[in-house]
Design a protein around this ligand. Structure first.
Ligand code: ZN
Ligand code: ZN
Ligand code: FE
Length: 756
């Protein structure tokens, strides 16, 4: 006897070929009925003798890009449909999950380079299994009319593919060809075409080969591109774009091409080749590899091409390209043609633009892998294009709230149903443009998710731009301490609601006492936190200036540790020679005065001090440069460690003065920097274990959450995890969002969502 059932599926099931998959399966099994996209996901009505087999088969091999979160079935009266149909989308006003943007698939690539194909070298080729998604979507449901492809009317050939359920391009919403789709153009800063009769991409390739710098419009915004092997050009770009040593991102045609410059493990290769195509940090084969791209850095950030345009460019270049974000310093990535022409003109020689609009801007994601005892696991440094708007599952339903994030590496997070959806990387909130991008991205994501958050969580810092934005909003507001929110991000990922020991190590966050925190041991749950221990405050002479110039913190740390012997040590270590006696003496005065320096318990500052003390890095030209250089200098296989002191009290004080004294002695004895760095890192890991053990003996807590930007240091993180694990602690870290300030908004949103 025939039965009819309704199947509703939620998850990432739109724009991923789900309906044709259902259609073809139903037809092959003789099932009648229909399938449609709804604003909640996909709804199927299936009728036949054996709907159970259809249901079983449905979840056996769903399309590769789909993610099924939940499904429900319900019995319906039999309707005797003549066949199976795909219905127009219905819209009930709820929410669904859009797929992130996906790199061009192998089938499309084959066609792209096939001279006989009608899309030969067409830079916008895509199909149901690949192409733009999130960045072109204006609203849900995900249909062509709701994307920036709406203005392109499909030609008869494209339309036939689009309507044929057997075709790879059936309902591929961005479907296009050279006849009907978007096109590229090479222009100057006036917007005037400069490729004359030549094909614009061919012309761009010869300009790049000649050492010129191009702005190239991509998927989530503009890149600034140049030949990475041309030192002169890269130096020219560095002078124009940024006044720092911050590495430029690179793009190589394939992993073979980047093997000339980097070591690459199997998990790194897998990550590079995944259809999300993040930038992956790879260890350089020799420190001078691609010289001015990443000066004095042990790593290069490489990604593989992800749009057809990238593939055409890279295959003709036969060498890696610098592909850095199209913006000025830490401003948001530029996405519109007019804006690019105006703002990037001083930086580039020409613009390779196109007429498919980017609706949602999304910078490239940045990831790395870290080795644990028996595996190598990817982690986020920046979560954006290719991942946004994929949600983090929160296990149960909850109210809609918003986490506004912190000011550096800002992201915001919106919760909806059983999910938290972290937005794309916004950038450093230090200028009006970033604030505009923040508001625009939030407006867009709220619209796509159909979310109206009823409360906002923001950082406690009164001077953060994200804080003043939140304070101007009508919703209920919650100020959450920065490091508590860091730990909250780990709690969110693992669904923790009970009390945990949180170790938050980072550069700076505003404390409840108005001081700068950043080496914190908290006992916390969703209701609040207690600060049970912290790194000793080090005075930052001259405040912010010391954060930019770690040698100032080294002087301060020496004074704190060596007391009256400090001047002798400064002299012996060559500080007077290097920085000038008068300057150093002034600094000594400042460091000894409460009025002229700000106290900071930031772990980042301790790493700064040591890095400058051993003369590895004395100026931070970009955030965490000194700490990263210190990690890069570590000699492997050293077990020794420096002493430190854990002083009882409320809170307990973890004092590294004994380590500073020992480092001074090692330096004067001529001990190798790599060994000093290893002994210091080992000491930090052991001090975390000691402090956690002490807290455990008072509280009985066994669960430890580690977060904060300092834990991007893999040597420190793996050492700390190993020690805690060996001592019976259950350790939780970030895997779905960065442990740096990019993860803060998830923690904020989770904490107030659970409270409400
Ligand atoms: Zn494809
Ligand atoms: Zn066409
Ligand atoms: Fe932080």
């Amino acid at each position: 006897m025939a039965r009819r059932i309704e199947i509703t599926i939620t998850g990432i099931v739109q724009g991923v070929g789900f309906r044709p998959y259902v259609y073809n399966l139903a037809v092959s099994m003789g099932i009648k009925g229909h399938v449609a996209n709804t604003s909640e996901g996909v709804r199927i009505e299936a009728e036949g003798e054996d709907v159970q087999s259809f249901l079983d088969a449905l979840f056996k091999a769903p399309p590769p890009l789909s993610r099924i979160w939940e499904y429900e079935t319900r019995l319906l009266p039999v309707e005797n449909d003549p066949g199976f149909r795909i219905l127009e989308s219905s819209d009930k006003g709820s929410f669904t999950l859009i797929s992130p943007d996906i790199s061009v698939c192998d089938n499309c690539l084959k066609e792209l380079f096939d001279p006989g194909d009608r899309r030969y070298l067409y830079p916008f080729i895509n199909c149901t299994n690949c192409g733009p998604r999130f960045t072109i979507t204006r609203s849900v449901p995900y249909d062509r009319a709701n994307t920036t492809m709406a203005i392109f009317k499909m030609c008869p050939e494209c339309l036939a593919e689009y309507r044929d359920p057997q075709n790879r391009r059936f309902h591929a919403e961005p479907n296009a060809c050279p006849v009907c789709g978007p096109r590229v153009e090479l222009v100057n800063s006036e917007g005037i075409s400069i490729s004359a009769t030549e094909e614009p991409i061919e012309r761009s390739i010869s300009l790049l080969k000649d050492g010129l710098i191009l702005a190239i419009k991509g998927l989530g915004g503009f890149h600034i591109a140049c030949d990475a092997t041309n030192e002169k050009t890269v130096k020219r770009l560095r002078e124009k774009k940024r006044k720092s040593n911050k590495p430029f991102a690179l793009m190589a045609l394939n992993t073979d091409m980047l093997r000339d410059y980097c070591e690459i493990s199997a998990p790194e290769k897998k990550l590079l080749e995944s259809n999300r195509r993040p930038i992956v940090l790879l260890k350089k084969r020799f420190l001078s590899a691609l010289g001015p791209v990443a000066p004095a850095n042990a790593y290069l950030g490489f990604m593989l091409p992800y749009t057809p345009l990238h593939y055409i460019l890279l295959s003709r270049m036969e060498r890696p390209l610098v592909m850095t974000s199209g913006n000025l310093s830490e401003e948001p990535i530029i996405k519109d043609n007019a804006e690019a022409l105006k703002r990037l003109a001083p930086l580039v020689d020409a613009f390779l633009i196109h007429n498919r609009d980017i609706f949602m801007r999304a910078d490239d994601s940045v990831m790395g892998t870290r080795k644990t005892q028996d595996s190598e696991i990817p982690y986020f440094i920046r979560r954006s294009r290719g991942y946004t708007p994929e949600p983090v599952s929160l296990l149960d339903e909850g109210p809609e709230v918003l986490g506004a994030g912190a000011d550096l590496k800002n992201t915001f997070t919106i919760t909806k149903g059983g999910f938290a959806i972290p937005g794309q990387h916004i950038g450093d909130m230090e200028n009006y443009l970033t604030l505009l991008a923040f508001e625009e991205s939030m407006r867009n994501l709220k619209k796509v998710l159909r979310s109206e958050p009823l409360a906002i969580a923001h950082d406690l810092h009164p001077d953060y731009m994200s804080t003043s934005w939140a304070l101007g909003r009508p919703e209920r507001k919650y100020a959450l301490q920065h490091h508590y929110a860091h730990i909250g991000s780990v709690m969110a990922e693992h669904g923790l609601k009970e009390k945990v020991i949180g170790v938050a190590f980072d550069g700076t966050g505003y404390g409840t006492d108005g001081k700068l925190w950043g080496g914190e041991f908290l006992v916390c749950d969703i209701h609040g936190f207690e600060r049970l221990a912290h790194l000793n405050y080090i005075p930052l002479p001259g405040g912010q200036k010391a954060i930019k110039e770690p040698w100032r913190i080294a002087v301060s740390a020496l004074i704190q540790a060596q007391k009256e012997k400090a001047e002798f040590c400064l002299e012996a270590l060559g500080f007077y020679d290097k920085y000038g006696a008068e300057r150093v003496q002034n600094l000594v005065k400042m460091a000894r005065s409460d009025k002229l320096s700000i106290p900071s318990s930031g772990a980042g500052r301790l790493f700064d001090a040591v890095s400058a003390l051993v003369e590895i890095c004395d100026i931070n030209t970009f955030e965490a440069e000194a700490a990263m250089a210190l990690e890069a200098a570590i000699t492997e296989g050293v077990d020794a460690r420096y002493p430190y002191e854990l002083k009882e009290g409320v809170p307990k004080i973890l004092d590294f003065s004994p380590a500073i004294i020992a480092i001074t002695n090692d330096l004067l004895d001529g001990v190798d920097k790599g060994i000093i760095s290893a002994k210091f890192h080992n000491a930090v890991a052991f001090s975390i274990l000691d402090t956690v053990k002490r807290i455990n003996s008072e509280t009985g807590l066994k669960k430890v959450a580690l977060s904060g930007g300092t834990f991007q240091n893999n040597y420190l993180l793996s050492g700390t995890m190993r020690l805690l694990g060996e001592n019976g602690f259950e350790v939780f870290i970030n895997a779905k969002v960065p442990c740096n300030d990019g993860g803060i908004s998830l923690g904020q949103a989770y904490i107030i969502r659970e409270r409400l």
